[in-house]
Design a protein around this ligand. Structure first.
Ligand SMILES: Nc1ncnc2c1ncn2[C@@H]1O[C@H](COP(=O)(O)OP(=O)(O)O)[C@@H](O)[C@H]1O
Ligand SMILES: [Mg+2]
Length: 255
């Protein structure tokens, strides 16, 4: 077991990765990645393209099994659990590529999430929860539209609503701000903050540094599959190893 950071209690740990690795043939896409996320924390995972961020998220959500290492969710070892079991155990995920059911309405899309999230949720209850989530995510006015009619920002909101419908305690977001205009990204930032205020811990991957700065309590920096730094936004962006990992990339490190 790893140590618990000062000021935190073992019981506050929501997610713990212990030396997770994922090999694709000859490539170690994720190599001995360890981190701890505490309840109520917004944790950012950043790093240059190809650093292994999405692969890490796929290890967390259960899309991939790790080649080695272990993962704990809310004190329970979920390393061998499938995606659906992790979802039932409290892990929710919104995807980088938005993929709702395009012909179904916005409300139906979220209802599906509510039905999927917990065993024994009945349809009327799921429909009611879906309406509440559409209110919370600013989509209530679009409830009866077909999902394919939404704008990109609304699509992202729908992805978050669908993930929240599974009633996660930890929400994973992979570049949900991608493609948004700055003003829209600010709206999305506000939405993620409100998610945290509702008691959900958030782990997000993001390449927009202003978003990372505004949203994260702590940042984990990956490069070439490994964690090269972790700390506050200020700490990691001042770290010479992080600066050099970003040199020559198109991302401006200092937002
Ligand atoms: N399914 C896969 N099969 C083989 N290689 C992969 C696969 N997924 C990702 N990779 C490779 O793993 C590395 C990390 O990719 P990825 O996790 O997508 O990085 P990031 O999200 O940080 O840009 C890259 O070199 C990528 O080409
Ligand atoms: Mg990625």
């Amino acid at each position: 077991m790893m140590e618990v950071a000062a000021g935190h209690d073992e019981r506050d740990v929501v997610l713990r990765a212990d030396s997770l690795s994922k090999r694709f043939g000859g490539l170690l896409a994720v190599q001995n990645v360890s981190f701890t996320q505490y309840a109520g924390e917004i944790l950012a995972v950043i790093g240059p393209n190809g650093a292994g961020k999405t692969t890490l998220l796929n290890l967390l959500s259960g899309v991939y099994r790790p080649t080695s290492g272990r993962l704990w969710l809310l004190g329970r070892d979920v390393t061998s659990d499938a995606m659906e079991a992790r979802c039932h155990a409290g892990l929710g995920r919104a995807f980088q590529i938005v993929r709702p059911f395009p012909e179904m309405t916005v409300h139906e899309n979220v209802t599906v999430g509510a039905l999927f999230g917990k065993h024994g949720t009945r349809l009327p209850e799921a429909r009611e929860q879906a309406y509440e989530l559409l209110e919370r995510t600013g989509l209530a006015a679009h409830a009866d539209k077909a999902a394919h009619e939404l704008t990109l920002l609304q699509d992202k909101r729908l992805e978050v609503a669908r993930a929240l419908a599974t009633r996660p305690q930890v929400l994973l977001l992979d570049e949900v701000m991608a493609g948004l205009r700055p003003a829209e990204a600010q709206e999305a930032v506000a939405l993620v903050r409100s998610v945290r205020e509702s008691g959900v811990s958030v782990l997000f991957i993001e390449h927009l540094m202003p978003v990372v700065r505004d949203l994260s309590d702590r940042v984990v920096v990956m490069d070439q599959g490994q964690v090269i730094a972790s700390g506050t936004y200020r700490e990691v962006t001042a770290n010479p190893q992080v600066v050099s990992a970003y040199l020559g990339t198109e991302t401006e490190l200092h937002a």
